[in-house]
Ligand binder design. Structure first.
Ligand code: UD1
Length: 422
């Protein structure tokens, strides 16, 4: 398995350009299944998760072409509404084909996505919403099957503002008969991007970015061309990397409002941040101050940034308290940080971090995509060499990661074949 070898100590400096958003493209590609035309998507990042979604579309019978960063999806014809188990298992986001397939083809079947390393991740909110839209749901032998002659607009109030449930239900409602009101909806920027894309296809969706969405069902959707929004988590990761190394980095292709919660915590920690129309400049100093933070749905502090900020807190002055409210099992990186000399205690959903003067390079393992990015972040300031294993998980969500980091002056190499931890 491939690994990163990082030699810490270099201050990052220069300019980095953020790629198109992973979570946005993973929603917009399945949304193409709603279209009777051809959809052209720009700024598609080169990520392994995007490859899996491309395979999902191909397996369903859509035509997909990738030219550079532009993907053209022709889902005029779809040959099956059943997703192979292998793809559902490879990526939870493959469940986002449920809303579009059910809405347009009246039927969908896929293996239950199940849990993953960060938590149990149930599907109850997706399924409850689809039932309210009139679908018959059959859960048997580990599969979810949904059927409906035609979905009918309804009033849905989510128990929790789940991003995936919001996206699946918006897509399902676009071709339903009548109007759907979705309350307590997720307000994430990716939901807004989805709304913009669907409306270009001819859908009538409004309210994204607030917690109430109205979707007026129509009979068919057509072609559209769309550019994916920048990846706010990638932007936030580079901001923290600049801060932790005491560097000076200019981040291009970022929408400041999408990273306000991260900016605000970094400022509280003493990091200097300047926002402009062109991007965000981040300057770090010798040692940041410890700050407390709690993960929340957007616009709160994102769970996908929890681990990376913890790397900064591990070497900050004083104690920080981190509360993870979104996923129940998202502190697996803590043991790996400890191997590097961090002083962190976990009690349930709370981590207490006592900042140390320095970390030391060690052999560490990635447990999920963002934990991997956090270990790389810690490696950038650790004394000596850090080996980060299982970086295929990092490839799921960071395009050209090591190239971008090397461009900023980091010492990072992708290698094969260093001895595994015994
Ligand atoms: C999306 C993001 C992921 C991010 C997460 C939270 C994509 C591809 N992934 O994941 O990177 O970490 O949002 O911001 O966009 N829940 C239920 N029942 C449901 C659905 C969710 O209880 O039916 C719970 C989950 O277990 C979790 C919480 O809701 O505790 C948030 O999950 P959700 O917002 O659905 O995350 P995803 O859409 O899977």
């Amino acid at each position: 398995m491939e690994k990163y070898v990082i030699v810490g100590g270099n201050k990052l400096s220069g300019t980095v350009c953020v790629s198109g958003g992973k979570n946005s493209v993973l929603t917009i590609l399945p949304a193409c299944l709603l279209s009777k035309g051809v959809c052209t998507i720009h700024d598609v990042p080169k990520l392994s998760d995007v490859k899996v979604m491309q395979e999902v579309l191909l397996c369903l019978g859509a035509k997909v072409e990738l030219n550079g960063k532009t993907m053209v999806v022709d889902a005029t014809k779809v040959s099956t509404v059943e997703l192979p188990d292998r793809l559902t298992r490879m990526m939870r986001a493959s469940n986002l084909v449920m809303g579009p397939l059910l809405s347009r083809f009246h039927h969908v079947k896929l293996a239950y996505p199940g849990g993953c390393s960060i938590g149990s991740r149930p599907m109850d909110q997706h399924l409850r919403g689809l039932k309210l839209l009139g679908a018959q749901i059959i859960e048997k032998h580990g599969y979810i099957e949904a059927k409906a002659e035609r979905l009918v607009g309804s009033e849905i109030c989510l128990d929790f503002p789940s991003v995936g449930a919001t996206e699946n239900l918006i897509m399902a409602a676009t071709l339903a008969q009548g109007e759907t009101t979705l309350r307590n909806a997720a307000r994430e920027p990716e939901v807004v991007d989805l709304q913009n894309f669907l409306n270009k296809m001819g859908a009538k969706v409004r309210g994204a970015g607030t917690d109430v969405l109205k979707i007026e069902g129509i009979s068919e959707l057509g072609s559209a061309e769309h550019t994916i929004i920048p990846d706010r988590i990638e932007a936030g990761t580079f901001m923290i990397m600049a801060a932790i190394t005491g560097g000076d980095v200019f981040i291009k292709n970022v929408i400041p409002e999408h990273v306000e919660a991260v900016i605000s915590k970094l400022r509280e920690a003493g990091v200097q941040i300047t926002e402009s129309n062109e991007g965000i400049r981040v300057r770090g100093f010798e040692q940041s101050k410890g700050v407390d933070y709690k993960t929340m749905p957007f616009p709160g502090f994102p769970t996908d940034m929890q681990a990376q900020l913890m790397a900064l807190m591990a070497v900050a002055e004083g104690t920080s308290i981190v509360t993870e409210t979104i996923f129940e099992n998202r502190f697996k990186h803590v043991d790996e940080f400890r191997r590097m000399g961090a002083d962190i205690k976990v009690e349930g959903r709370v981590a207490i971090i006592k900042g140390v003067k320095s970390l030391s390079g060690a052999y560490v393992e990635t447990s999920d995509l963002r934990a991997g990015a956090a270990l790389v972040t810690a490696g950038l300031v650790a004394e000596g060499a850090t080996v980060v294993d299982k970086i295929n998980l990092i490839d799921r969500g960071y395009e050209d990661f090591e190239q971008k980091l090397r461009g900023l002056g980091a010492q990072i190499l992708r290698v094969n074949g260093i001895k595994e931890r015994q």
